[in-house]
Design a protein around this ligand. Structure first.
Ligand SMILES: [Zn+2]
Length: 284
């Protein structure tokens, strides 16, 4: 939902996956294990290069599952993340924090609503442990999105969630909402990508909404927003009826779309502007 540039270090260079892995494993105490991990450093590098190529080509769904790399099994690779990157005093923690703090205002790139408080493995580390500490596979996320996504990974092109570092779908409007008549009025979200989009891209935005259960999250936020703005809309309606309400909503919408065309709030305002019922007092 929100595009992010690739994770970068303090010198503004993109992270090199192999370097990150090497930093993380330097503190492994068991010499035999450390030697095994150091021996697969180039495998990590090669896998990361494939990852970038596939992500750019929108074919990450073809990535083979990893059970082990040479003598190192998946559990040990996952531990490179959980023991060598996540703990506050771990060697890789600086990198973790750097990636975590990238989004503007700490907004979760998956939903655009929640506050980032964790890193999500886009390809889940339990199935793809080779990417446990690959920076381009680590995406800042909020609790909602991580909780809904869990171990999800796509097995079809159309099932792929939007990857914040590789997919920028914000050139066109694709998120839509409908006003649900009632008291109070509500908003129901769906995708409505342009007809010229590729079939798989259309499927992907739908999968993104469905797998992260964003319809529910967006509707609940829209309900709260309506409660906040209702007083203002009532006043406008008293003064200038439907036209006054609509022109106010249009003005707000333009400002929101400038920030992000496919935010939940932009879709909410688009739906409100388009509804005569809503503008003519349905909001109250
Ligand atoms: Zn989120």
């Amino acid at each position: 939902m929100r595009y992010l540039s690739l994770p970068k270090d303090e010198k503004n260079n993109t992270f090199v996956a192999q370097d990150v892995f090497d930093i993380c494993v330097t503190m492994v105490k068991n010499p035999a294990l450390r030697a095994q991990l150091e021996a697969i450093s180039t495998d990590i590098k090669k896998a990361a290069i494939c990852y970038d190529t596939d992500a750019a080509a929108k074919t990450l769904y073809l990535t083979p599952l990893t059970a082990k790399i040479r003598k190192v099994n998946g559990d040990e690779l996952v531990k490179v993340y959980t023991l060598r990157m996540v703990p506050k005093k771990a060697k890789g923690r600086q990198i973790y924090d750097r990636i975590l703090s990238a989004p503007v205002n700490g907004r979760c790139p998956f939903c655009g609503i929640g506050t980032v408080n964790t890193l999500d493995h886009f390809l889940p580390k339990t199935h793809f442990p080779v990417f446990s500490v690959t920076p381009n596979n680590l995406v800042p996320a909020c609790t909602w999105c991580q909780g809904e996504k869990m171990e999800y990974f796509a097995t079809t092109a159309g099932g792929q969630l939007l990857h914040p570092y590789f997919d920028n779908f914000d050139q066109d409007i694709w998120l839509a909402a409908d006003v649900v008549k009632g008291s109070p009025a509500a908003f129901r979200y769906h995708v409505s990508p342009p007809a010229h989009w590729a079939v798989n891209d259309k499927a992907r935005v739908a999968a993104h909404l469905k797998e992260l259960n964003l319809g529910l999250l967006f509707s609940s936020n829209a309900g709260s927003r309506l409660a906040e703005i209702r007083g203002r809309l009532v006043k406008l309606h008293n003064l200038g009826k439907m036209n006054a309400v609509r022109s106010h909503l249009e003005e707000e919408l333009a400002s929101m779309e400038e920030e992000c065309k496919n935010s939940w709030v932009a879709a909410m305002y688009r739906a409100a502007v388009a509804s005569n019922w809503f503008c003519d007092g349905g909001f109250s």
